[in-house]
Design a protein around this ligand. Structure first.
Ligand code: CA
Length: 238
């Protein structure tokens, strides 16, 4: 009976030890981007759009996870422009470059502030009830674009628009829906940098794990339990 009590206690110790040393690794958000814009100093606004046109980034997902938001750097050359209310920020499935696939989610009627990396986590600003929540897989291409309602083409230094970086336009990563003409490679259209249009994704690693010390304690306790059972059998045989 004493051995059974000791065994019961031992199992409790094992369970308690594993529970105590478990740790939850919460998902860490990653911003997926092609551009190197860090602020107005190294961004260039493209005062080049008419209503209905769409600059968009082709973004490669680095892991299996969930797309939870989008970002758009919006700026005028000299700053101080009033907020802009645009048609939408759309998230598209991959397609055949430069034409994206189906729209997977849309932020309807986003407000864009001059000189700011504008971020959206809901499809329905400003009420923000419906979160953006799209499953993605490693290597998948997602296209994020801003559909314009205001004309920036022909604007001056105070006209805001989407921004591109100043260290080159990478082939195959930037497009624009032009009117007329449709989807085209933005680099070939004369855009000199990568659009500062990004996606926020969270990896699928939000699962409970056991720390290394947890495994060590577990191994010691299992060894102890095994020894106890062996000794009890020897006693019974004797
Ligand atoms: Ca670049």
């Amino acid at each position: 009976m004493n051995e059974l009590i000791r065994c019961g206690k031992l199992l409790c110790y094992v369970a308690c030890a594993v529970t105590a040393t478990s740790a939850r690794v919460d998902g860490v958000e990653i911003v997926v981007k092609n551009d190197s814009v860090t602020g107005v100093v190294n961004g260039t606004p493209c005062t080049c759009f008419i209503p209905g046109e769409i600059p968009a980034s082709w973004l490669t997902m680095p892991f299996d996870g969930t797309l939870v938001g989008v970002q758009v750097f919006w700026q005028s050359q000299l700053g101080g422009a009033p907020d802009s209310f645009e048609m939408g920020v759309h998230v598209y499935a991959s397609g055949t470059f430069p034409t994206p696939g189906a729209v997977l989610a849309s932020v309807t009627g986003p407000t864009l502030t001059d000189g700011v990396l504008n971020e959206y986590r809901h499809t329905d600003p400003p009420t923000n009830i419906i979160p953006i929540n799209l499953a993605v897989t490693a290597g998948q291409t997602i296209v994020v674009g801003v559909e314009m309602i205001n004309q920036s083409a022909g604007g001056g230094p105070f006209t805001p628009s989407t921004s591109s970086d100043q260290d080159g336009c990478q082939t195959g990563k930037n497009v624009a829906f032009a009117i007329p003409g449709g989807w085209a490679d933005a680099c070939l259209l004369g855009v000199t940098g990568d659009w500062a249009i990004r996606a926020i994704v969270v990896p699928d690693n939000d699962i409970p794990t056991v720390s290394q010390w947890g495994f060590v304690v577990l191994a010691v306790l299992i060894l102890g339990a095994g020894t106890l059972v062996y000794q009890r059998r020897r006693c019974l045989i004797a």
